[in-house]
Design a binder for this molecule. Structure first.
Ligand code: NAG
Ligand code: NAG
Ligand code: NAG
Ligand code: NAG
Ligand code: NAG
Ligand code: NAG
Ligand code: NAG
Ligand code: NAG
Ligand code: NAG
Ligand code: NAG
Ligand code: NAG
Ligand code: NAG
Length: 505
């Protein structure tokens, strides 16, 4: 049976239990809800408390971050040697006391490795400790290895952060005109770079940046935590990134990028623009096996902003995103846009668990962007307590300046949603095309989402053309054609352009 309408008030600790379970076992048990329904009330309360405390203690640990880990005694763990030559940051004068500035030590290490390119490059081991530093650059054929308990701490005094020209496809810093702050860990025109470890941490100490941003004390756009530009053959794995001043991990105009098994954290509230990963004009990219919980989109695929992005003309394409658990309390789990003026195509997003989020998956754009979003495949998404599940928004009007072409309408087409499930969703679908930006060739297949709301107006559409194959829940809007499981047309829609968008739900 396809209809799986769940009780409107799911047990208050449902998500906590699910999450605690996931966190400790990296596994998901989908039958949690039925389990609760059949269990005795007292036992239920006891379980709630037990799981609550599990999560409470985890969160307490997470809140104190690297410092807590650092207090633990580390068994001396053999670090793998991934390059012919490996260095220890201490050999370059590094001091991991959390106070000494290590910028020069990092720069000397990178300089040494930059001379080893022809011999296969070099590995820089960052041992346990708190290594305070200003921004520094990576080099080609380099592996940055963060041991267990190693924390690279970004200095939070902006005077230490270099200014860089705006990204060409944005024209602007993004928050301010003119130059922008560079990233804590930066690289341009590189090849063969690895950032990995035994779950060491890169911590941007974003708190003071977020505060200054809110108080409007900054004159330039904040810097990302890690930004790699115009580079290829990049691997980032097995580490934790946290509290970035701005976007966390920003690969810009890169090719062949693998991001695997990362934990990306920032407060889910009042940590503005701390997107997890922003693939921007990138191609041939895989993001997999990550846990991301941040103050903005967990992932946002981009390709430049309005006239600047159109002129730069570099799409994001051939991107595979899979096996993630994501949380975004203020934005969305996985986004495309809103800056997509160079185009976005051939993206697969599968096996994603989105919990306690405002939106699950969103495509956002506006007149003036130009470009396209096409051949996007969503498969096996689980929504666990989200307000709006699937979103397409075509009036995200945020422009760099008045120089954009209001008639540059993006093309949205070839978007499919298969095996979409979940619980506690207020509005499962809100696809808002417009006369200028109709959403074309959308497909829904195998969807059953438990809802928290009245059953009317929860599958909202405007200017959408496409189809539903088989039965889905909730029942689709009238804009879509209906097919049976065998692919035979059941009813052709005559109201693709009708609108049933209601932001009050
Ligand atoms: C790096 O050097 C420090 C100090 O000499 C030492 O304690 C640590 O074990 C070394 N770490 C690695 C990974 O070689
Ligand atoms: C880091 O790289 C950028 C871009 O190539 C360059 O402008 C800057 O001078 C470099 N910084 C250092 C300290 O080498
Ligand atoms: C993920 O990274 C952690 C350390 O951060 C490591 O212990 C674990 O084995 C990695 N998992 C996989 C599947 O590589
Ligand atoms: C890595 O560290 C983060 C933050 O301390 C933690 O949340 C995560 O569970 C750790 N990952 C593994 C695989 O131990
Ligand atoms: C911003 O500019 C103002 C006016 O020029 C200056 O007083 C202030 O120190 C600047 N702030 C920062 C963080 O650079
Ligand atoms: C992609 O980069 C990886 C290193 O991260 C490298 O091993 C692989 O050969 C590259 N693939 C291509 C097709 O260049
Ligand atoms: C991640 O860490 C695990 C355990 O140390 C290791 O087996 C694996 O090769 C690492 N993966 C990557 C992609 O670095
Ligand atoms: C989530 O965001 C809303 C604002 O959108 C805020 O009111 C709420 O406190 C946030 N929740 C948490 C747990 O931070
Ligand atoms: C689409 O992207 C995938 C990687 O996710 C790639 O294997 C495939 O070749 C791409 N398809 C086209 C038509 O480029
Ligand atoms: C669907 O995704 C979940 C993770 O969200 C995963 O556990 C499950 O195995 C996936 N199902 C399939 C059929 O791949
Ligand atoms: C519709 O989109 C699907 C991908 O979801 C694609 O395979 C198909 O070719 C598209 N059809 C047309 C007519 O463009
Ligand atoms: C729907 O609107 C599009 C323009 O967005 C137009 O081309 C099309 O003819 C309209 N279809 C109907 C049935 O009115």
């Amino acid at each position: 049976m396809v209809e799986t309408l769940t009780p409107t008030s799911s047990p208050p600790c449902f998500w906590r239990r699910s999450w605690a379970n996931h966190h400790h076992q990296r596994r998901w048990i989908p039958s949690a809800a039925s389990f609760f329904v059949t269990t005795h009330k007292t036992l239920l309360t006891a379980l709630c408390l037990a799981f609550f405390f599990t999560v409470f203690y985890w969160q307490r640990d997470a809140a104190s971050g690297g410092f807590l880990i650092f207090r633990r005694a580390f068994p001396l763990r053999q670090l793998p040697k991934l390059r012919p030559v490996a260095f220890n940051l201490t050999e370059f004068g590094g001091v991991g006391d959390g106070v000494t500035l290590n910028t020069a030590a990092f720069e000397r290490a990178v300089m040494a490795i930059s001379k080893l390119g022809k011999k296969g490059g070099g590995q820089l081991n960052v041992p346990p400790g708190n290594w305070l530093t200003a921004p520094f650059n990576l080099t080609s054929h380099m592996t940055l290895f963060l041991a267990e308990g190693a924390v690279i701490l970004g200095i939070d005094d902006e005077n230490y952060w270099p200014l860089m020209p705006p990204l060409p496809s944005y024209g602007y810093g993004r928050e301010h005109p003119g130059p922008r702050y560079g990233s804590l860990i930066h690289g341009q025109h590189l090849k063969d770079v690895v950032i990995t470890g035994h779950n060491g941490t890169i911590n941007g100490q974003g708190q003071s940046w977020w505060k200054k941003y809110r108080q409007k004390l900054l004159n330039h756009t904040r810097g990302p935590l890690v930004q790699i530009m115009w580079s290829s053959d990049i691997l980032i794995s097995n580490i934790t990134l946290r509290d970035s001043p701005f976007w966390t991990l920003h690969p810009y105009d890169c090719k062949n990028v693998t991001i695997k098994n990362l934990t990306i954290l920032a407060p889910v509230f009042q940590a503005p623009n701390t997107d997890g990963i922003d693939p921007d004009s990138c191609e041939d990219m895989v993001i997999e096996d990550c846990y991301i919980s941040v103050g903005d989109d967990a992932i946002a695929i981009k390709s430049g902003w309005d006239q600047y992005g159109v002129a730069y003309g570099r799409p994001s394409k051939n991107i595979l995103i899979r096996n993630l658990v994501v949380r975004s309390n203020v934005s969305a789990g996985i986004s495309i846009g809103s800056e997509m003026s160079g185009g976005v195509s051939n993206v697969t997003i599968e096996n994603i668990h989105i919990w306690k989020s405002r939106r699950a998956v969103r495509i956002k754009t506006a007149p003036g962007r130009g470009g396209y979003v096409r051949d996007i495949t969503y498969r096996n998404l689980t929504f666990d307590t989200v307000r709006v599940g699937i979103v397409i928004k075509t009036d995200y009007n945020e422009h760099p300046d008045g120089g954009y072409d209001p008639n540059a309408f993006p093309v949205l087409e070839g978007i499919s949603y298969t095996s979409i499930h979940g619980e506690s969703v207020r509005v499962p679908v809100r696809i808002q095309g417009s006369a200028e930006i109709p959403v074309k060739n959308v497909t829904f297949r195998d969807m059953s989402v438990g809802i928290t709301n009245k059953k009317k107006h929860i599958f909202q559409c405007a200017y959408v053309e496409g189809r539903v194959i088989g039965t889905i829940f909730p029942a689709p809007c009238d804009n879509l054609d209906l097919y049976d499981e065998a692919g035979n047309l059941v009813r052709r829609s005559s109201s693709q352009n009708s609108s049933d968008i209601d932001y009050d739900i």
